[in-house]
Design a protein around this ligand. Structure first.
Ligand code: GLO
Ligand code: MG
Length: 345
């Protein structure tokens, strides 16, 4: 297997229990300790956190209590040799975020979202990471006329500015997604994320996270999104997974739906040197609902396996042959060269 410079990461929500809008869970809930042990056993290096993964029932606790529990978690992670990759404010569960977080039509609720995001930054500082991931889940509309896109852009910039001012070291990493739970989201692509960064008070501290499934849902090739973000030096995290066409967000194992699209993501990571500045490869994947309890960890292990196999494929890609075909504009055989390389001997 290819020697790899990559370090791997996963979140506690990726050990999900199989519930969907049409039926209950199919696997039992596991404790944080169980997840941490599993992650270590599978050879992962870091864990990503929502604020309330780090400190459960966060809204019922005082600021001092939240920081105390974050410190305890940091000790626990240090003891296991596992890093905290990032912390993300979970702004989509609370009653205050029903109409959105930063773009809610209620001023009071917008303030809740900003205060909670500042607290997320405080937790991240304690956990030893400067990376704040913003999946803007409810920043969009079900009914277009209910909000103004111009006003929402302004509100998003104000929220980013409040976070940047709260901690001069924090880096904000926007995770675009075009839809779900919203009909239309305000930041659907990497282009939008990088563009809004330029309106903030410190654009160099606002970057992006690409999730394969989200790019596919937007109709993009995730490899192009990776190349684009990395051309700006702005790809600070990554959620690899897979998605079979335009439907609900599937979070399938990496490579599960389209191996060639997965291969091209790896090529993009390799040519841009992803990971060399300490960025992690995270798998935002879920077990299929049908997955039995005893196969609970397969989606993680398999995603990592596929990733490493594809790194090997990227490093053994017949570049000379490919270049000759490109020079001859023989894309017909270039297409076949890729297929045969992926199929192997
Ligand atoms: C959902 C997102 C979600 C985020 C996570 C971190 O579609 O991919 O899993 O990545 O909440 O903010
Ligand atoms: Mg994600």
């Amino acid at each position: 297997m290819a020697k790899s410079q990559y370090r791997f990461c996963v979140g506690p929500w990726n050990f999900s229990e199989g519930g969907d809008p049409y039926g209950p869970t199919t696997r039992s809930a596991q404790t944080f300790d169980w997840k941490l042990a599993a992650l270590k056993k599978l050879g992962f290096d870091a864990m990503m956190f929502h604020d309330d993964d780090a400190v459960p029932d966060i809204d019922s606790k005082s600021a001092a209590q939240v920081l105390k529990e974050a410190k305890e978690l940091k000790k626990r992670l240090d003891g296991e040799g596992i890093a905290a990759e990032m912390v993300a404010p979970r702004l989509w569960f609370a009653p205050q975020t029903v109409d959105g977080g930063y773009t809610s039509n209620s001023k009071k609720d917008r303030q809740y979202a900003i205060d909670r995001s500042k607290q997320t930054i405080d937790i991240a500082r304690v956990l030893g990471t400067d990376l704040i991931v913003l999946w803007l889940a409810r920043e969009g509309t079900y009914v277009r006329e209910s909000k103004s896109g111009a006003r929402s852009t302004e509100l998003l910039v104000q929220a980013l500015d409040a976070m940047l001012a709260h901690d001069k070291k924090a880096r904000l990493c926007i995770e675009p997604k075009p839809n779900e739970p919203m009909d239309h989201a305000y930041i659907p692509s990497i282009g939008h994320a990088l563009a809004i960064a330029s309106l903030t008070l410190d654009p160099k501290r606002v970057g992006a996270l690409i999730e394969s499934a989200h790019a596919i849902l937007a109709g993009f090739d995730p490899a192009d999104e990776i190349d684009f973000a990395m051309s700006f030096g702005k790809l600070w995290s990554l959620h690899l997974n897979d998605q079979n066409g335009l439907k609900f967000d599937q979070d399938k194992p990496f490579g599960s739906a389209n191996l060639r699209v997965a291969f091209n993501q790896i090529r993009a990571l390799e040519r841009n040197g992803y990971g060399k500045k300490g960025e992690y490869v995270c798998f935002d994947v879920h077990p299929f609902r049908t997955t039995r309890e005893e196969h609970f960890l397969k989606h993680l292990d398999n995603s990592k396996k596929t990733f490493l196999r594809l790194v090997e494929k990227a490093r053994t890609y017949p570049v000379k042959q490919a270049d000759a075909l490109i020079a001859d504009r023989n894309y017909q055989d270039l297409d076949q060269l890729v297929i045969e390389h992926l199929l192997g001997k």
